[in-house]
Design a protein around this ligand. Structure first.
Ligand SMILES: [Zn+2]
Length: 281
């Protein structure tokens, strides 16, 4: 591994922690996550001064300071990159930044490839939560008894419905994200996700676990409502808003009960549309 590879890995790791911290704060604004904050400071302290300064400056502007090259474009801003820059990023003899948005660039080993997006070409423009999800992405009765089993059910469903090619790869990435810090928050909600998805918009899947499962939420709380998201890098800032919006809606018992009481996928879809109507335009 070259020095540059090491730096890139360090920045990606730091990035993951910073974003995990932002996600938790979006869902639970009052909670302080000391352990996570300490890890962030420790990892940042290890970066060379110049890189750290630039990294911090980028983080103030966007949630992501280091982004993958995806089909010869910067996954952060969508700008096309020259072949020679793409090659140089691949070789990783030194650090490179996007000439347009100045984010650090890296060459990903594997991105999640999509089969289709939730928006079908030629369809009437959708509104509200329907922009990100669809009736096929509802699961009214998850059965798994561990975080991995629950995520496996959701990832398999995503593959069965042809939203991704490889449900197993999606599961690996979702589990890696859970390993940083659980995406479970209070009020029985969790926001598992995979970032850096190639192409398309943000895709949201909703899964209900009637009995509840231990997913790493605060205290001994059980998680019952899962919002699983596939997030392209370009929509990273937006999904933090979506997390905080959904957390606010389903903090209310009446709204979360509406989802929990859904017997079928159709009921769940209707309850989701109804409860998000006011907040998500
Ligand atoms: Zn860029």
């Amino acid at each position: 591994m070259t020095m540059t590879h090491k730096l890139i890995n360090q920045m990606i790791q730091l990035q993951e922690l910073i974003v995990a911290d932002m996600q938790k704060k979006a869902a639970m604004p009052k909670v302080r996550l000391e352990e996570l904050e300490n890890s962030i400071s420790a990892l940042a302290a290890d970066l060379p001064q110049q890189i750290k300064t630039h990294f911090n400056r980028l983080v103030q502007k966007h949630p992501e300071a280091i982004v993958p090259v995806s089909s010869e474009t910067c996954a952060g801003c969508g700008m096309g990159l020259t072949r020679s820059l793409v090659n140089a990023v691949h070789k990783a003899e030194q650090l490179h930044r996007c000439p347009n948005c100045a984010r650090f660039l890296y060459y990903p080993e594997q991105l999640i490839a999509r089969e289709r997006t939730s928006r079908v070409y030629g369809e009437v423009r959708k509104t509200g939560i329907g922009r990100f999800t669809s009736p096929e992405l509802m699961m009214a009765s998850l059965k798994g008894t561990t975080p991995e089993e629950v995520l496996c059910e959701m990832c398999n469903h995503m593959a069965e419905e042809n939203f991704v090619e490889d449900g197993g790869h999606l599961l690996d990435l979702a589990m890696q994200r859970e390993a940083i810090v659980s995406t479970a928050v209070d009020n029985g909600l969790a926001f598992p996700h995979v970032r850096g998805v190639e192409g398309g918009g943000l895709t949201l899947m909703v899964g209900i676990h009637k009995k509840g499962v231990k997913f790493g939420g605060p205290g001994r709380t059980l998680t019952r409502i899962f919002f699983f998201m596939m997030i392209p890098t370009a929509t990273s800032a937006f999904y933090l808003k979506l997390i905080s919006g959904l957390s606010r809606i389903y903090r209310e018992k009446e709204a979360s009960n509406a989802l929990l009481e859904a017997k079928t996928e159709t009921d769940l879809w209707k309850a989701l549309i109804k409860t998000t109507r006011k907040m998500i335009k």
